[in-house]
Design a protein around this ligand. Sequence first.
Ligand code: MN
Ligand code: MN
Length: 355
Amino acid sequence: MQFGRTTLSKFVIEHTRAQHAELGALLIDVAAAVKTISAMVAKGALGGNLGALDSTNVQGEVQKKLDVLTNEAILRHCEWGGQLAGMVSEEMEEAYRLPEQYPRGRYLLVFDPLDGSSNSDVNMSVGSIFSILQRSTAGDAEPADYLQPGDRQLAAGYAIYGPSTMLVLTLGDGTHGFTLDRESGNFILTHPGVRVPDETREFAINTSNERFWEPPVQRYVAECKAGRSGVRGADFNMRWIASLVAEVHRILIRGGIFLYPRDFRDPAKPGRLRLLYEANPMAMLIEQAGGAASTGRGRLLDVVPQELHQRVPVILGSKHEVERVERYHREYDEGSDQPFVSPLFSDRSLFREPG
Ligand code: MN
Ligand code: MN
């Protein structure tokens, strides 16, 4: 037994003491929800909660039973404490209004209760993602209160339910990982001050969408795949787990770059991932760990949201690689990537005017 270990509660209380004692209380409720979800998903088929429902969520995606149950878990654990003005979830079209009987605070909790939920049926890592913002006064939040750039997040984090359950958190002062000790029920600080290496030889992208990508992304991936024989002069490895949480976790621990870029498969969707509760919290965690997060054409945390469930292109991870992808976008937009004459990219208008 190690009595000197730093629990999540101790860490959060110490780091929020100055101005934000209520923020600490909220984070402890979030951690309680995460423990509930961890136990729920760990039961697998024995819990009777795998599989899909007949319903679809606001994104038009088929809801899994676990999507709904995990959403409920976070609402119930966090709505009562008096810290919140409201919540927004991937699984709810409208912002959640707190039940009348509970006091109101000024914090806003936005979350993806179960990220990568299609992975749960095949016993692979899933996660929960959350972000905390604030409004100026306590009271019921208006939808507009949530439309703040990610730069204003007070805290962000995710839980990953893998072989072990971890909670990875930033309060704007580094990114820190806690591992759930299932015997004591405590999250223990095991990964203080995580740092993403600046360099990497590992990229993650869904290449089945390659034909819909913009030329700068095609260029970047083609160069990675060319390996030692190409302009990069080095071999790269590809990873794809199809779970944002798992991809970001790997990148935080050992570096890498993750891309879910803008594509032309569905012109109405300028990206796949949701800005408020997927991209922004991950961008803050990555930046706080020394990495970078971009849309390809600007810093992710500077994007001003227009709607709750807005989608956004996401390119994040090791700094030098993200900067390279941004440069390729810039060169493409300026037309200065002309020396890049692979026949694949020669017809620029093909990508400018998707048919
Ligand atoms: Mn998700
Ligand atoms: Mn989800």
